[in-house]
Design a protein around this ligand. Structure first.
Ligand SMILES: Nc1ncnc2c1ncn2[C@@H]1O[C@H](COP(=O)(O)OP(=O)(O)OP(=O)(O)O)[C@@H](O)[C@H]1O
Length: 458
């Protein structure tokens, strides 16, 4: 049975957007009517899958790692085959179509309507919606494949994730995982699954289109006009709510395993939606202390304890979230190889600055500096420091992170409104034009609150 989320962990009841699509996990009424049957189907399917995986586990042997240097895209993925004691859909299934079908019907058996996820969802419609997978419609590339913007027959806009053909065998597991995980969840800060389809060797996932790029693009300054600290706090809270929901308010805890800035999609209203469930793992037993699993994630965001022990817990997401928080207030990538040696690993450098009392120097040069924002940055860094604690016991649960961030945002707003005139909104037509400084960074008067040495700002 679903646990009731707290008020701020709202479960969206947005209606279906397109009758031609086979929607998954969106109809709450249907969910209620069929929940009993679905629970039995889920239970039976899980048991079969576990037995099946154990059988397959005996065949797994090798280990391979590919580590990139900047924490981005598929080059930065760390992949390895280590062990899998509760693996419900092992990589070993990926080379066998009959095994895929097993997993496919497993995923289908838990859909809200109880129907298969392909229904009226035709390849032709998707093909047409993306103008024949035209490069002009391409909105992103990931380890899994290419993401396109699509316009369906009824005019609704969707994101179409098309698996790479040449790597389909290696990524079929991620494809199945993403479908299965997305089909179970519904939250306003998580990207929604609309449907999926198989067509020959094509594997396609159709998800909610989130139209304002990803968080990394905003931090890089290539989207919008730069996020102010209040907006960053709002986004961090959205992410914390989404992950808390995954950890605490689904049937079985879901560990995302790939929390990073490029997986945080931003809406036009600057709300965050967590995407990319390709690596997510479900715990079979809600009371289990950990899952022994293959090591997966993105370099720079991965929990070192998980890397050492292969024991995956919700606290590995908390660690990645800590890295993300540091990224959000410093603007830096988690790993920046071109920096001086002691600045290359951003969390280490930022924590050193915090401990020295120099947190202000770690602040993203794009952020306007005033006492309220400097205080908020320090508080966020303190929280991040707890999230990236070496041992998982010392890290706070994600729910606490959300609460702490909520308090930081509240006191930031109170202070910003009482001590200073309201900060100009860059959405306002009256917002003064910022000049670019010699570092190519937009400057404004608020920099003058604190003088930042050039070597820090470069
Ligand atoms: N639902 C969506 N709506 C809008 N844009 C999206 C959507 N999903 C993905 N994108 C864009 O496509 C990019 C690639 O997404 P994808 O999830 O395939 O890979 P990634 O997370 O960036 O990389 P990796 O797969 O290596 O982790 C995203 O960074 C984002 O900019």
């Amino acid at each position: 049975m679903k646990k009731t989320p707290p008020p701020n962990l709202h479960q969206s009841s947005q209606s279906r957007q397109n009758a031609n699509l086979q929607f998954v996990g969106t109809n709450n009424d249907a969910k209620r009517h069929s929940s009993k049957t679905l629970r039995s189907l889920k239970y039976a399917a899980k048991k079969c899958a576990a037995v099946f995986s154990l059988f397959l586990y005996g065949k797994r042997k090798s280990a391979s790692y590919v580590v990139g240097n900047d924490g981005r895209k598929n080059t930065s993925k760390v992949r390895g085959v280590v062990s899998s004691s509760t693996d419900l859909s092992s990589e070993s299934t990926t080379k066998n179509s009959s095994k895929w079908k097993f997993s496919y019907s497993y995923a289908s058996s838990i859909t809200a309507s109880g129907q298969l996820g392909i229904g009226n969802f035709s390849f032709e419609e998707i093909y047409k919606s993306t103008a024949k997978f035209s490069p002009a419609n391409e909105i992103g590339q990931g380890g899994f494949g290419t993401v396109y913007k699509g316009k369906l027959n009824d005019g609704s806009i969707v994101a179409v994730k098309r698996a790479k053909k040449d790597v389909i065998h290696n990524h079929l597991h991620e494809f199945k995982n993403e479908i299965y995980t997305l089909s179970q969840i519904e939250h306003r800060n998580l990207v929604r699954l609309y449907g999926y389809l198989e067509h020959g060797d094509e594997k396609i996932i159709v998800v909610e289109y989130v139209g304002n790029g990803n968080l990394r693009e905003h931090l890089n300054g290539i989207r919008g006009e730069g996020l102010e600290i209040g907006e960053r706090l709002d986004i961090a809270i959205d992410v914390a709510h989404a992950v808390t929901y995954l950890h605490m308010y689904t049937d079985n805890p879901i560990i995302h395993r790939d929390i990073k800035a490029s997986n945080i999609l931003i809406t036009e209203n600057l709300k965050a939606k967590v995407a990319d469930f390709g690596f997510a793992r479900l715990s079979d037993d809600p009371n289990a202390t950990h899952i022994s699993t293959q090591v997966k994630g993105t370099a720079g965001y991965m929990d070192p304890e998980y890397l050492r022990t292969y024991q995956l817990t919700e606290k590995s997401d908390v660690y990645s979230f800590g890295v993300l928080l540091v990224e959000m207030v410093t603007g830096r990538h988690p790993i920046e190889p071109k920096r001086p040696v002691d600045e290359r690993v951003t969390i280490r450098w930022a924590m050193k600055m915090l401990k020295q009392g120099d947190a202000v120097f770690a602040m993203d040069p794009r952020l306007r500096r005033n006492p309220a924002s400097i205080k908020a940055v320090k508080q966020v860094l303190k929280l991040a420091l707890q999230c990236v604690a070496p041992s998982k016991q010392s890290r706070p649960p994600m729910k606490n992170c959300a609460e702490v961030l909520w308090d930081i945002r509240k006191s930031f707003r109170d202070e910003a409104n009482s001590d200073h005139p309201p900060l100009p909104s860059h959405h306002s037509a009256n917002f003064p034009q910022r000049e670019k400084n010699k570092f190519g960074i937009e400057d404004d008067d608020s920099y003058k609150f604190v003088s930042v040495p050039n070597h820090i700002r470069s």
